[in-house]
Design a protein around this ligand. Sequence first.
Ligand SMILES: *[C@@H]1O[C@H](CO)[C@@H](O)[C@H](O)[C@H]1NC(C)=O
Ligand SMILES: *[C@@H]1O[C@H](CO)[C@@H](O)[C@H](O)[C@H]1NC(C)=O
Length: 212
Amino acid sequence: MRIQNFYFYMFLSLFGLVSSDEDYFQSRACCTFKGPHFEDMEYTRIISLNKIAVLEYNHTRGSWIGFTPYTIELAKFWNLNPFGTREAKALCLNNLGYIQILSNVTYIPTIRVKSVKQYSGGHPAMLVCSAFNFYPKQIRMTWLRNQKEVTTGVSYSEVMPDGDWYYQIHSYLEYTPTHGEKITCVVEHLSISEPILAIWGEFYFAMQIIHK
Ligand SMILES: *[C@@H]1O[C@H](CO)[C@@H](O)[C@H](O)[C@H]1NC(C)=O
Ligand SMILES: *[C@@H]1O[C@H](CO)[C@@H](O)[C@H](O)[C@H]1NC(C)=O
């Protein structure tokens, strides 16, 4: 934090010549982690004056870039003294533990199967299987008809944010009902070791969930 403050004050003091009480400064640091074990880290810093970016540091690139005649000169000066590794370590690596904990968070989807359209006059029936409140986003939904995977008449919505961090998705099955068949919506997700089976049957007209 001390390094950050040092640069911030240095920046403020260098800008002191041109600033007034009305001016608005912002220094925004960002740590991005990628890879299965978050081993690829990128640290960036953007300094803005009155909401316009004037200077940018990118740890991957390893240098400052200025966007105004004044900050272009300033960037040349700051680039003489590379500071990124120390600051990236102080700001990013020290927070990696929290990110690893968050990455382990999962929420089990709530599954619901409903009829959208009844079979009538030769027009197919339609069911919707919905998964709500799950995290993370990756999910797999399939339909079984008498234990066999259905490949036609199946469509999906996008995976949509629910707000509050969770996601939802809807899968539609268009089919012609036959007597005594069993239709199952199968949901696989990181939060559960076994798939969730939501069964819709001709004789139920309701739904049963088997959570093995
Ligand atoms: C930082 O620089 C690298 C290499 O030039 C580039 O690939 C990356 O997109 C940059 N990151 C940002 C946030 O601009
Ligand atoms: C995250 O989960 C993995 C595998 O279950 C475990 O090895 C690791 O210790 C967990 N990490 C944290 C920070 O909880």
